[in-house]
Design a protein around this ligand. Structure first.
Ligand code: TYD
Length: 207
């Protein structure tokens, strides 16, 4: 099973992923917890290029998209595909839906460009995606409280509104895969909602 976790900054993805990992580990399942951009040493180097604020040279939107997919190609080949072939449960903090929400809805890149990359480089999409949804200001307050802001976190509120609308669009387009969870609830309630959806998915797929 391949599950991804999505949402704007500071919505509590990390807390949920750790709880779900513990839940599966208690059932003696093999779990691989990973993240994007990143997840392998090389992809983590690309992550650092993507997140570092550079006042001397602005990264173009196309470069940003291609670096996301360079990291993703490496991550898929080195970590995700081998783990799935080994029957591990893969929990991934962000995946392709972040590219739709941030690079297309947020930055304004065309969906055709993204579709081309997905068709050619992403041979496996998640079985389930949790979209943790909360007002963007709430998440930004949490991100600011965590310390120095990265290149994405420095964007203005209007950018995050567009990103949130991008996730909402995906949820509408693919309701069977992309499940919305109200991230303003307590961490326990968010976890319970996610477990309920995982159980329904398993019942539906008889596993
Ligand atoms: P992440 O570490 O999950 O940020 P946070 O913990 O603050 O939510 O992700 C790093 C940033 O990368 C995040 O701002 C979203 C961005 N991103 C994209 O723009 N496109 C992508 O395809 C991915 C995977 C991430």
């Amino acid at each position: 099973m391949f599950i991804s976790f999505e949402g704007t900054e500071g919505v509590g993805k990390t807390t949920l992923i750790h709880k779900i990992r513990d839940y599966f580990l208690e059932q003696s399942k093999q779990v691989v917890l990973t993240r994007e951009p990143g997840g392998t040493p090389l992809a983590e180097q690309i992550r650092s290029v993507l997140l570092t604020v550079n006042h001397e040279e602005r990264m173009s939107n196309d470069t940003e998209l291609l670096l996301m997919y360079a990291a993703r190609a490496q991550h898929l080949q080195q970590v995700i595909m081998p783990a799935l072939e080994n029957s591990s449960i893969v929990l991934c903090d962000r995946f392709c839906d972040s590219s739709f929400a941030y690079q297309c809805a947020g930055r304004g890149l065309s969906r055709e460009k993204l579709a081309l990359l997905n068709q050619n480089f992403v041979l496996k999409m998640p079985d389930l995606t949790f979209w943790l949804d909360a007002p963007t200001e709430l998440g930004m307050q949490r991100a600011r409280a965590r310390g120095a802001l990265d290149r994405f976190e420095q964007e203005k509120a209007a950018f995050f509104e567009k990103v949130r609308a991008g996730f909402a669009e995906l949820h509408q387009l693919e309701p069977n895969r992309v499940k919305r969870i109200d991230a303003t609830q307590s961490p326990e309630q968010v976890f319970n909602d996610a477990i309920e959806r995982i159980s329904s998915w398993k019942a539906e797929h008889k596993c």
